[in-house]
Design a protein around this ligand. Structure first.
Ligand SMILES: [Zn+2]
Length: 112
């Protein structure tokens, strides 16, 4: 595997990613999700490939904020369906070991 490049406008790209919209690649074309890697400390890294150049890019996904954790914790306590605070109702959170994780952003939002 070759080098993985950094993306510049991460804030804007994250917004598109959470909304499930197409993300433009810096080389033209768009970014195809290859995978999400959960990182130590609660953040994650998205790995994307450019549809035109096949260059690979990584997009750091920030860890859960206090507000996001509280939203999920409250839903958990109320026995409600838990959805990803970033991806919305289309993306339910899953239990992974002792954590409640979004499969699409790789972020743990609560502990069981
Ligand atoms: Zn998510």
């Amino acid at each position: 595997m070759g080098d993985v490049l950094q993306l510049g406008n991460t804030r804007q790209l994250l917004k598109l990613y959470y909304a499930g919209n197409q993300m433009e690649s810096p080389n033209g074309g768009f970014l195809i999700l290859l995978g999400i890697r959960s990182l130590e400390g609660g953040s994650a890294m998205g790995i994307f490939e450019c549809s035109v150049s096949s260059l690979r890019y990584e997009l750091p996904i920030p860890k859960a904020t206090r507000t996001e954790r509280k939203t999920v914790k409250d839903a958990l306590a109320a026995g409600e369906e838990m959805e990803c605070p970033r991806h919305g109702p289309e993306t339910p959170l899953k239990r992974a070991g002792k954590e409640i994780v979004c499969g699409s952003c790789g972020i743990p939002f609560a502990k069981v």
